[in-house]
Design a protein around this ligand. Structure first.
Ligand code: GLC
Length: 539
């Protein structure tokens, strides 16, 4: 067997994120659902050619944070379907060779979860300690200075007992107390439930948040005005987040979680990927585990800091490659349901380079639904805004990247037959949709399809080494992916100027970002790229 055959799917494959509300609405209520995903499995496996789908939360939820406030960890919200439909989805995905990854939201439940209803009911309820409760500070007010990501104090005083409970996000999302062994067991049971139903892995929501300072000390003030994340977060940036997340004890939880996941034999190779917004590499790599015995991967969001800047992108890739412990597998994210749309950050031509970057780097790519047709960031009028973050903190809203997928030019874009989808369609959906782009050989969708097919057929592009190329002009990012037997040069011209490079050996051009329908065999070793053009050549 070659290495290609034995490498786990989550290293060779491409993960595709589905935001269920917005992917495909089978029952015509304006909101996407699991039946809708079922209808599109052929699109995912055959037309597009991805390997695994990650479903954002579909669990019963009051939808204060659109499903990231879970009221039952082991069921399906009727809005999205039921367990029988979920089982069918897993079976039919597996029949097509697709893996299914579900979202796991361990840091907080909904305030309507029966656990929290019990916990808040009295001081001596057996579930009292399942959440983080504290007395007011002497003289009154929240117990410490922690701030919610979504704005305001991270504590809310509960009328029943006069005490405060912790919520790192909305007050409708109380933080679970992972220091309580009963909580850990109950939350691990939720994993077992989905593992028994055959899921192939978990995307773990804000994984680095689950363990806090046991003494709940005040966070230090951030006087340097440095931001904690890849983007400014307003009030949240006024503190340095040393005590409200990422306590050392978190690593034992992930070792235990990994051991649990590894005990489930069939299907093989289950995977965990953590949403970990840390930009200090030394801290970030710790989530792989000292013996690679924690998460299979922490999501790597670093490229979100360098939209379309060749030098900065290369620097971040090199930094990651240098930071990875031996055996740890890299991954890249260019978009998701929390970030402004890729197409708007990179522009029309830049989006094509971004596709090449994401799919050609060494590491698992995560592709966000709709980015393959270049859905732009939508400007949602205030009256139609849904995201609680945007409603509380103007400018932070995430609705603009969650608009429905466009399948056709029909009035509901083939997404829905309802008169109005839950969020508006993007303005140019009549031309920017799957059906339309499939007919145009030079479309972005056809570029994605070709990149995915090339990657799937080429071991060097899946698991080969990454070697940056020094001799490229400013504004270009060049790298080689190679195994012992084959090598591919990728050059991405992120500048507006025409650029030429000399390749180390005669070229065979495989794919040009601007004209995926044309492959030419140029003579010699000189490669000329138009502005915002990328190329993949076999060496
Ligand atoms: C993660 C999710 C985000 C959610 C938050 C709280 O960051 O990606 O959508 O609002 O966690 O669960």
């Amino acid at each position: 067997m070659t290495r290609h055959d034995t490498t786990p799917w989550w290293q060779t494959g491409v993960l595709y994120q589905i935001y269920p509300r917005s992917f495909n609405d089978a029952n015509g209520d304006g909101v996407g659902d699991l039946d809708g995903v079922l209808e599109k499995l052929d699109y995912l496996s055959d037309t597009l050619g991805i390997d695994a789908l990650w479903l954002s939360p579909f669990y019963p939820s009051p939808m204060a944070d659109f499903g990231y406030d879970v009221a039952d960890y082991t069921n399906v919200d009727p809005l999205f379907g039921d367990l029988a439909i979920f089982d069918r989805l897993v079976a039919e995905a597996h029949a097509r060779g697709l893996k299914v990854v579900t979202d796991y939201v361990p840091n907080h439940s909904s305030d309507r979860h029966p656990w929290f209803l019990e916990s808040r009911s009295s001081l001596d309820n057996p579930r009292r300690d399942w959440y983080v409760w504290r007395d007011p500070r002497p003289g009154g007010g929240p117990p410490n200075n922690w701030i919610s990501i979504f704005g305001g104090p991270a504590w809310t005083q509960d009328e029943t007992t006069g005490r405060y409970y912790l919520h790192s996000f909305l007050k409708e999302q109380p933080d679970l107390n992972w220091r309580n062994p009963a909580v850990r067991e109950a939350m691990f049971d939720a994993l077992r439930f989905w593992l028994r139903r055959g899921v192939d892995g978990f995307r773990i929501d804000v994984a680095h948040f689950i363990m806090k300072d046991p003494q709940l000390r005040d966070n230090p003030r951030n006087t340097a005005a440095a931001v904690a994340s890849h983007k400014p977060m307003g009030e949240y940036d006024t503190l340095i987040h040393v005590y409200d997340r990422g306590h050392e004890d978190i690593h034992q939880v992930f070792r235990d979680l990994r051991r649990l996941v590894d005990t489930y034999p069939e299907p093989r190779d289950r995977m965990t990927v953590g949403e970990i917004h840390l930009f200090d590499w030394a801290e970030w790599v710790r989530y792989y585990g000292d013996a690679l015995d924690e998460l299979h991967m922490p999501f790597n969001f670093s490229l979100l800091k360098a939209d379309g800047n060749a030098a900065a992108l290369r620097h971040l890739v090199d930094e990651l490659e240098a930071a990875l412990p031996p055996g740890a597998w890299p991954n890249y994210v260019l978009g998701n349901h929390d970030e402004p749309r890729l197409a708007s950050r990179y522009g029309e031509a830049g989006s094509r380079l971004a596709a090449m970057l994401l799919l050609m780097l060494r590491g698992t790519p995560t592709l966000y639904y709709g980015d393959e047709i270049g859905i732009p960031q939508a400007d949602i009028p205030p009256a139609r805004q849904q995201d609680p973050w945007g409603r509380r903190m103007p400018g932070q809203g995430r609705d603009g990247c969650r608009t429905p997928m466009a399948w056709t030019d029909a009035p509901g874009a083939g997404f829905t037959t309802a008169p109005a989808p839950w969020l508006p369609l993007h303005n140019d959906y009549e031309t920017r949709n799957v059906a339309h782009q499939l007919q145009d050989p030079a479309s972005l969708l056809n570029l994605y399809r070709q990149l995915l097919a090339l990657r799937k057929a080429t071991p060097a592009l899946q698991t080969g080494r990454y070697d940056p190329v020094e001799e490229v002009p400013d504004g270009c990012f060049g790298f080689i992916r190679r195994t012992a037997t084959e090598a591919f040069l990728i050059v991405l011209n992120f500048s507006a100027a025409e650029q030429s490079i000399t390749a180390p050996s005669p070229l065979r051009r495989l794919l040009l970002s601007t004209q995926p329908d044309r492959t030419e065999i140029p003579s010699g070793t000189t490669l000329t790229l138009q502005g915002y053009e990328g190329v993949i050549v076999a060496l």
